[in-house]
Design a protein around this ligand. Structure first.
Ligand code: WTA
Length: 657
């Protein structure tokens, strides 16, 4: 949702935590002062306090070869051990780690002791299949405990996971498996979504159809019991786990050992594999999860509604909460299945105290009306979080009043797949919050809003969001493409006055500083769209559309949408006269389906307009800005740079058809 810049500067509402809340929180303002003195030393303290190191590190940050950072380089740890064994050894084995709630209503829970055993067994299964440290394992699963177990088992043996969201198509799966040369895929027969069974295994079969794949085996979790095609390389998860030994000693790996690759959309065609490593990533996630949400592991029940297929699921379902020994809810399905009160029912059932979700969900609930959540007892909630896109003040207020009983702090957390952890956010027990603003960098993080010359914009002004110093959970690169890593994130401000003290990380987001110096996010400034908090690339959808034989040219824009933040809108020029082939509607239907098949249902355009021509400059560049105006129903902006100034008139008249 686009924030209205003029009104945000006048937001005067402030919500401090209640005195009782503030008195009980562990976070203090010293965190900021300590971090400011020496960020690298601050993070080293956090790493020592929050994690177990098999071999302690002596160096904190190595930034001698920017933009390639190394944190805690000579230290050694095991990420899974930190998330599991050490809690059991500390006497917390009986604490529930996961309360799993399946969409059809089945539920099971795992204590830390039980989860540790499952992960040890799964680690032995992987080793038995010949998976070695450093090799890649693709995970394509629904939101079930086996997804968490698989990720931790891969981490435990020092291998690298690449989780692919279950909504992605066979083709997307294939390109990610190939890019990372995965040796194993872990999947399920299917999962439950929106009250129906949705299949997963057929997409894996299709992705591995040709025999030139690097994948040697496919482990298949039985979730739905539906029929599946069976191949020589396939093994049932349950068979393998049944005979696996529950003994496995965690080996120590260097802090910079790769932990995972996660593909995300960029401005150009192919998704990029964002690489994260171990020690720094886990440190910042444990720290932010504890301090942003004021986590009290002994008493809180935490629930992050993100899917493990996205970074939020990696950092704030798996690694942050488990490193902190939290008790959490894992829910398989959609918010409205089998009824629109499902989420609130889950909160009531498990007495959830911390809820972390996305603005798009909040806006959907707002539309359905407050009478639905009001039927449930939500009094256990004490902290609410938001992530994925700007939260408009209206949704923020509704979230606080209706879900948070007008009392809970709301933390609006800004970060990205690339940043690995929360970067800008209030701390629930400390910060006076302001509806709609992400507010301040978390301790140890330095953020600025700059103009194109890399100069600070000053309070009351807008510009580009940058991170000015390396941080522990930062991406270590793009898998197999160091040049693209530099170009995408670090070249933007190179040579500018602002970058004289070192390279600046360009996030791709626009932001504004208000009169208090608080940060307001204004959305992407590049060709990345944000649909329901999911990142999609205009270029990727355009190339999918153009790959269809009907299409001559295509332009895709993200148009403002009340519920989903942005929606995919495509303008397509087709190759033949429309009348010759099919009806308008048929073409639109064919192309929508095509995109869903090629990329995944989340990328399916909301609207496709068939037009005669696209607006282009004299040098042939498509002017998406004008198409966005048209898609959002605004008057079309300045057309004077177009080769043909009439083309937008034709397009807007064709959109009415
Ligand atoms: C957007 C999701 C405003 C932003 C964690 C960013 C946000 C992109 C917020 C990253 C927020 C995320 N306020 N915008 N609190 N959180 N974004 O990689 O545009 O899926 O660049 O990571 O989401 O999306 P990603």
């Amino acid at each position: 949702m686009t924030v209205n810049i003029d009104t945000l500067l006048h937001e005067s509402r402030r919500f401090p935590p209640t005195p009782e809340f503030a008195a009980e929180t562990a976070a203090t303002s010293e965190l900021y002062t300590e971090a400011q003195k020496d960020p690298a030393a601050f993070w080293a303290d956090q790493a020592r306090n929050l994690l177990h190191w098999h071999k302690p590190f002596t160096k904190s940050l190595d930034w001698s070869n920017p933009p390639f950072a190394k944190w805690f380089e000579d230290g050694e740890l095991n990420v899974a051990y930190n998330c599991l064994d050490r809690h059991v050894l500390a006497g917390n084995g009986d604490r529930v780690a996961l309360y799993f709630e399946g969409e059809p209503g089945d539920s099971r829970s795992y204590t830390y002791a039980e989860l540790t055993i499952e992960v040890k067994k799964a680690a032995n299964v992987l080793l038995g299949l010949g998976v070695k440290a450093g090799e890649r394992v693709a995970i394509y699963l629904p939101m079930i405990p086996e997804a968490v177990i698989s990720m931790l088992a891969v981490a435990r043996i020092g291998a690298v996971h690449s989780v692919i969201f279950g909504g992605f198509s066979a083709e997307s799966l294939r390109s990610r498996i190939d890019d990372a040369n995965a040796v194993l895929v872990i999947t399920a027969d299917g999962g439950y979504r929106k009250g129906k069974i949705s299949a997963l295994k057929p997409a894996v079969d299709a992705a591995l159809q040709t025999n030139d794949s690097s994948v040697k085996n496919v482990l298949v979790v039985k979730r739905t019991g539906q029929d599946v095609q069976w191949n020589d390389r396939d093994i049932w998860w349950s068979d393998a786990m049944e005979t696996a030994s529950p003994e496995h000693e965690a080996e120590a790996f260097p802090a910079e050992n790769p932990l995972f690759i996660l593909y995300t959309s960029g401005t150009t065609g192919a998704p990029k594999g964002i690489l994260h490593t171990s020690g720094g990533y886990l440190t910042q996630n444990a720290f932010t999860h504890q301090n942003v949400f004021d986590l009290k592991p002994e008493t809180d029940v935490y629930w992050c509604t993100a899917d493990v297929g996205w970074i939020t699921g990696h950092s704030y379902v798996v690694y942050g909460p488990l490193a902190n020994g939290a008790t959490q809810v894992l829910y398989e399905g959609t918010p409205d299945s089998p009824h629109t009160g499902r989420w609130w029912e889950i909160i009531e059932k498990y007495k959830v105290s911390i809820l972390y979700t996305a603005p798009t969900a909040i806006r959907t609930f707002m539309k359905l009306g407050r009478q639905i959540p009001q039927k449930f007892d939500l009094s256990s909630l004490r902290v609410l979080g938001s992530v994925g896109e700007p939260i408009n003040p209206e949704a923020w207020m509704w979230y606080r009043e209706v879900i948070g009983s007008n009392i809970t702090p709301i933390v609006d957390t800004w970060w990205q797949t690339e940043t690995g952890s929360i970067m800008v956010s209030a701390l629930a027990g400390l910060t006076e919050t302001k509806p709609g603003a992400a507010q301040v960098p978390v301790p140890g993080i330095t953020i600025d809003v700059l103009d194109d010359d890399g100069l600070h914009v000053g309070h009351g002004n807008g510009g580009l969001l940058v991170v000015t110093q390396p941080w522990p959970a930062m991406l270590r690169g793009i898998w197999g493409d160091p040049e693209r890593f530099k170009e995408t994130y670090w070249d933007k401000f190179e040579g500018t006055t602002g970058a004289k003290d070192g390279p600046l990380y360009f996030a791709g987001d626009g932001a504004r500083l208000d009169h208090d110096g608080d940060i307001w996010l204004l959305g992407r400034v590049d060709d990345v769209m944000n649909v329901s908090g999911h990142r999609l690339s205009t270029a990727e959808i355009e190339s999918s559309l153009v790959a269809h034989s009907l299409t001559a040219e295509a332009a895709v824009v993200g148009a403002a949408d009340e519920t989903t933040g942005q929606a995919v809108v495509a303008f397509v020029v087709i190759k033949f006269s429309q009348a010759e082939i099919a009806s308008h509607e048929d073409i639109v239907g064919i192309l929508r389906k095509h995109v869903a098949q090629q990329i995944g249902a989340i990328a399916r355009p909301r609207d496709i307009y068939i037009v005669d021509e696209l607006p282009k400059t004299r040098s042939g560049k498509i002017m998406r800005r004008l198409l966005r105006d048209a898609a959002e129903g605004r008057d079309v902006g300045d057309v004077t740079t177009l080769a043909d100034t009439m083309v937008m008139n034709t397009i807007t008249s064709q959109m009415k058809k």
